[in-house]
Design a protein around this ligand. Structure first.
Ligand code: SF4
Ligand code: SF4
Length: 295
């Protein structure tokens, strides 16, 4: 006897981004993107991803109409997955996502439209979560994160931030799976920056295999040296993510394991407060950063 599968509608829209978050999702291994699109990734539940501006075959006005149709038909029941930051300069004129009736649709407007009637919004990557690189000083495009844009527009909708530049595919798929399994996260499931504690609950520095070097004062002077990478810019002492234990590329390695300092890519103040990337963070910045990150 076949069991009825519940469809959870979702749309993925992209603003000011490099599409790296999409690429990271395409690299998912367990489940794969094919599993995500075709199979129920939670028993009895299937994520019905209807629109993905980078990888979908559909284009033009018929594709744009899918967004509007989802908003109308599934009011209050669909997820909006957002990649990239929200460009505000000149009413969002410099970041459009398509045309309807010959009129350019600003990403900012479409995001606010869709968010109003969504179940929740998932910000995929640091740009969508906090503004990220497009919002770096001096931010001429007046870019910002999704939560900030919704707050400004007075839209009170649950937002879950899944930062990273890019985010690990497990962080995104795990977050979506949690919502499908248990519903929206409680305040206790998220940290002060609305990141799921399941993935962002621990400091990188506390789980780093080079930590014994740090404690012993043995510091690398070059990326190829053994030793702790703190003196050459590692931001692991300020960054919350499970990279040292989860690893990347199907468990092959991670930034510090490959000899590169962690650049703090999951933090709300990335990239302004973590540069220069390959220089030890100075004490003033360290204390400012800690105040911000620990709320
Ligand atoms: S390499 Fe970075 S995360 Fe690892 S112990 Fe040194 S400072 Fe901490
Ligand atoms: S180790 Fe640091 S820079 Fe690398 S992915 Fe993790 S949080 Fe980002």
């Amino acid at each position: 006897m076949s069991t009825k599968v519940v469809e959870i509608p979702a749309v993925w829209i992209a603003g000011a981004s490099c599409s790296g978050c999409s690429v990271s999702l395409l690299n998912a291994v367990s489940p794969t993107v094919k599993n995500l699109l075709i199979d129920p990734i939670i028993p009895g539940k299937h994520l019905n991803l209807r629109f993905h501006s980078t990888v979908m075959a559909g284009q033009g006005e018929p594709a744009m109409q899918v967004l509007q149709a989802t908003r109308k038909a599934d009011k209050g029941g669909y997820l909006v997955l957002v990649e990239g930051s929200v460009v505000g300069q000149d009413d969002g004129l410099y970041c459009t996502i398509g045309e309807v009736g010959g009129k350019q649709i600003a990403f900012q407007d479409k995001l606010l439209d869709l968010a109003r009637d969504a179940l929740a919004v998932v910000s995929v990557g640091t740009c969508a979560s906090f503004g990220g690189i497009p919002a770096a000083h001096p931010n001429p495009s007046r870019s910002q994160g999704v939560k900030q844009a919704l707050d400004q527009a007075g839209i009170k909708k649950p937002v879950i931030n899944v930062p990273g530049c890019p985010p690990h595919p497990d962080w995104l798929l795990g977050t979506v799976a949690m919502v499908m399994l248990k519903g929206l996260p409680s305040a206790d499931d998220l940290d002060y920056a609305l990141r799921p504690k399941a993935f962002y609950g621990k400091l990188i520095h506390d789980n780093c295999p080079r930590r014994a070097y740090f404690d012993a004062g043995r510091f690398a002077q070059r990326a190829s040296d053994p030793g702790c990478l703190y003196q050459i810019g590692c931001k692991g002492p300020l960054t919350y993510a499970d990279c040292p234990t989860r690893l990347w590329n199907n468990g092959v390695n991670w930034c510090v394991g490959a000899g590169s300092p962690c650049i703090g890519c999951c933090e709300p103040t990335f990239p302004d407060d973590v540069q220069p990337v390959f220089e030890k963070i100075n004490e003033d910045r360290l204390s400012r950063f800690q105040i911000k990150t620990r709320g």
